[in-house]
Design a protein around this ligand. Structure first.
Ligand code: 5GP
Ligand code: MN
Length: 335
């Protein structure tokens, strides 16, 4: 459901007053953070620090190396380096998380805090003491931008760069269906505050590690087309990652290739979990299928065109579970 204007304004002013009233903040990212999560988190943690607050950005999993150039990483740490017994923040801000569990080990640090939920996933559960969920926003970075404007916080070049990265990555470089007039307006404003579109694009879209390119090659070798050419599947096992010398976050971007095949409506990427217990399944759709609904049925979440879920079992078992749900759709037979 679309939030009403008044409820958005109410949430913005509640968050603004929480920032004014409280001193200590923990910002929680989701597991396997992406560019939107990293950029939004780094922007907000720098804002809070500049306001004289005690603020820490925490993720269970490391930031993908491609975002190392972003400012603010001195305020970021991994959840496993903090003892929850010795930690307390008055306010916990969940960033880009559909539900609290998405924060993984970070959730332990938020047990006694006021919860703020800032997200743009249609499948967000609406959790938290204050919830600012805008499904029409292309990225959580857009919402953080609105918050900074509403709070009258100055936007530095550093903060603009982080927010620009958040928006540029979640829109696939301003190409995906979530890109709106407002997306360009916000990106334009961020450019005015000092974000450099070409420098950023060069670093995040035109620069790859050798290991990620090797992994892409291995993944593409597993390509299978089915359901009359409308479904394309690729997989990445732990073995393949080891052979390529790649980390799990280097699967980023692979799923765009199967979706780009002419005639394909849905693409799937199965990535084996580090502990071998199952697979993370990424879903992408071209224009018809709302894959967030499929991911929710599997206990995951996401957006209509991009979603994900964790599925236990071997590759065979995981793909059977996913296909059983996909086969309930009526798109495979029509022309
Ligand atoms: P990706 O396929 O790139 O990992 O994720 C696509 C979208 O689905 C992102 O917005 C991401 O936050 C969401 N997503 C991916 N995996 C999961 C998951 O296991 N649970 C939930 N709730 N959302 C997920
Ligand atoms: Mn996002």
């Amino acid at each position: 459901m679309k939030p009403s204007l008044s409820s958005v304004e109410e949430a913005l002013s509640e968050i603004k007053s929480l920032i004014e009233k409280h001193h200590s903040f923990v910002l929680l990212e989701h597991q396997k953070p992406d560019g939107d999560c990293v950029g939004s988190g780094l922007a907000l943690v720098q804002v809070l620090q500049s306001l004289g607050k005690q603020a820490l950005l925490v993720s269970q999993d490391p930031h993908p190396a491609v975002y190392d150039f972003l400012p603010g990483s001195e305020f970021h740490t991994r959840a496993q380096y903090i003892d929850p017994e010795d930690f307390r923040a008055e306010v916990a801000v969940f960033i880009d998380c559909t539900d609290p569990e998405r924060a993984g080990k970070g959730l332990d640090l938020a047990r006694n805090s006021i919860w703020v939920n800032i997200d743009h996933h249609i499948s967000n559960t609406g959790f938290g003491d204050v919830s600012l969920v805008l499904p029409d926003a292309a990225a959580t970075g857009e919402i953080i931008y609105k918050l900074l404007i509403a709070a009258g916080v100055p936007i530095t070049k550093e903060i603009a760069t982080c927010l620009y990265v958040a928006i540029a990555t979640d829109t696939g470089g301003f190409r995906y269906q979530n890109t709106t007039q407002e997306t360009f307006e916000i990106a334009g404003a961020l450019t005015g505050y000092g974000a450099n579109p070409w420098e950023i694009a060069e670093l995040i879209f035109e620069t790859r590690t050798v290991s990620s390119v090797l992994l892409l090659g291995k993944a593409l070798n597993t390509l299978k087309l089915s359901r009359g050419g409308k479904l394309a599947t690729v997989s990445v096992t732990r073995d393949m990652m080891a052979q390529a010398g790649a980390s799990p976050d280097e699967t980023e971007g692979i799923i765009g290739y199967p979706r780009s095949i002419s005639g394909v409506e849905v693409s799937l990427l199965f990535r084996e979990m580090e502990d071998g217990s199952g697979f993370h399944v990424s879903f992408r759709s071209r224009s018809k299928v709302d894959v967030s609904k499929i991911a929710v049925k599997l206990g995951g979440g996401g957006h209509p065109r991009a979603a994900g879920a964790l599925v236990k079992g071997t590759l065979e078992e995981a793909s059977q579970k996913v296909l059983a749900i996909l086969d309930e759709l009526d798109i495979w037979t029509d022309s």
